[in-house]
Design a protein around this ligand. Structure first.
Ligand SMILES: [Cu+2]
Length: 484
């Protein structure tokens, strides 16, 4: 205080120069122009692509009204050989559809939540200047759609992701992607462009354990990933899925990291990045071996391929590459260039020890919905329905997730009224309820199960975790259905 009073002029000078700096390099200014004032000319539908592909370059087109139509799909996919997972996706892929815009575009964004989905979702685009990056205007329930708009004020490569509670879980299930904002005039031309995004996954079973693997909340909290992968699965970029180029071509990789937890030490074995747009921004670094990409961050990586062979993309935190799946391939064809590299290059030289999982014959493919002949059989069948349908929200031991999903273990609410529980599974539930003294006000969507399955899963729940032990029969379920 005293110091400040003694040297008021210095303080003022400092303040002024700070304002000056902000004014000159502030976020919404590009080449002295206020990007907010860029006018749009006409309207186009955005071309959306799934990884590893990107839409066509924007080139010299003026800023436009860009219509983006994005559909959220919750769907089962393959994490690794013999291992499947229920992914939550923007556009049906992990990462979600690539969105390509230019500076000054006015994006009209429609987010559609498919009616078969179980959960509400939204989107936070890091390219958006506004509350929650769009998240606060885009919350959408299954079977609904919502439209909001924004203007792109800063060029760069940005992550988008779902920001619905529990946020970590939505991201961990694959709800992230990239949006590119090209500067006026576009990025310099290259021969090949690809879209790659790293993500870490947390499954009930350890890496390689076959079958449908549910999300594991505790492992996610502990940051103990079972899989660390590019583009959603261990083989999204290997073998026949490798990205390709020819000797002499220039490559641009748009690389993002969805996380949720782990930073990526992105490296291409046998290549040096000629140029890296550090953190996806304007700063360009040259001659980079490994670039660090934090969760919720991105980088643009450019290099020329001078020699043929298979170049392996890895997270150089190397156990992740060889044991958890963070490995991709760039296959370059063309003539040997012995002045660059003389040696024998064999395809598959870097076949990972852990990349292809040794599978045990699993018990998948069992016929759907067999009929229970006894209470113990009903409980057994109900347990597998629970693992598939309810566990993601209500958790392994029915403990729920505080302030998001109520517990089913020792639930006074559940045990008080069997018919009400049947109704909830049949029709879903919204509005405030109190379970074991805690208030919940969220959405459980209706579950598409047969009467037999509803009976089995509820009987399993009632006979687990200290609950009342009643049996729910398919007859009781059928009765409740006709009561409506
Ligand atoms: Cu979501």
């Amino acid at each position: 205080m005293m110091y400040g009073l003694k040297y008021p002029s210095i303080k003022l000078l400092l303040l002024c120069s700070i304002f000056y700096l902000v004014g000159c390099s502030g976020s919404s200014h590009e080449n002295g122009e206020n990007t907010m004032d860029i006018e749009v000319h006409g309207k186009i539908n955005a071309q959306l692509t799934s990884p590893p592909y990107v839409p066509d370059p924007i080139g010299s087109r003026p800023a436009k009204n860009v219509i983006v139509d994005m559909e959220i799909l919750e769907q089962e996919g393959q994490m690794a050989n013999g291992v499947s997972y229920i992914y939550w996706t923007f556009g049906g892929s992990v990462p979600g559809s690539f969105i390509r815009t230019r500076l000054g575009d006015e994006v009209e964004f429609t987010l559609k939540n498919h009616p078969n989905n179980k959960l509400p979702h939204n989107i936070d685009l890091h390219a958006v200047t506004g509350p929650g990056g769009g998240a606060s205007s885009s919350f959408v329930a299954p079977g609904h759609e919502i439209t909001f708009s924004f203007k792109t004020l800063n060029p760069g490569l940005y992550v988008y992701h779902c920001a619905t509670a529990p946020v970590g879980m939505h991201i961990a299930n694959g709800m992230y992607g990239l949006i590119l904002v090209e500067p006026a005039g576009g990025l310099p031309k290259v021969d090949k462009e690809y879209y790659i995004m790293q993500g870490d996954f947390y499954t009930k079973g350890n890496n390689g354990e076959p079958g449908l693997q549910p999300f594991d909340m505790q492992k996610a909290i502990d940051e103990d990933a079972d899989y660390v992968v590019f583009n959603g699965s261990t083989d999204a970029l290997t073998g026949d899925n490798a990205i390709t180029a020819e000797v002499g071509e220039t490559i641009r990789l748009y690389v993002g990291n969805g996380g949720p937890n782990l930073a990526s030490s992105f490296h291409v074995i046998g290549e040096i990045f000629d140029r890296v747009h550090v953190e996806g921004g304007k700063l360009i670094n040259h001659n980079v071996q490994t670039t660090l990409i934090p969760p919720g961050g991105a980088a643009i990586v450019e290099f020329k391929v001078e020699a043929p062979g298979t170049f392996v993309l890895v997270d150089h935190a190397i156990f992740r590459a060889f044991n958890k799946g963070a490995l991709g391939m760039l296959k370059v064809t063309g003539n040997e260039n012995e002045s660059v590299y003389s040696g024998t290059i064999q395809e598959g030289i870097y076949q990972p020890e852990g990349g292809s999982i040794q599978t045990m014959p699993g018990d998948q493919g069992a016929p759907e919905a067999p009929t229970a002949q006894s209470v113990s059989e009903r409980i057994k069948l109900g347990k597998s329905i629970y693992a598939r349908t309810c566990l993601a929200c209500h958790q392994e031991e029915g403990q729920g997730i505080p302030s998001a999903f109520p517990p089913l273990a020792k639930s006074d609410y559940l045990n008080a009224d069997v018919d009400r529980a049947i109704d909830i599974v049949l029709h879903g539930k919204t509005g405030e309820i109190t379970v074991n003294g805690q208030k919940y006000n969220s959405v459980m969507t209706a579950q598409t199960l047969t009467d037999e399955q509803v009976a089995n899963v509820l009987t399993y729940i009632y006979n687990s975790w200290g609950n009342s032990g009643v049996e729910v029969t398919p007859m009781m379920v059928t009765k409740r259905k006709s009561a409506h």
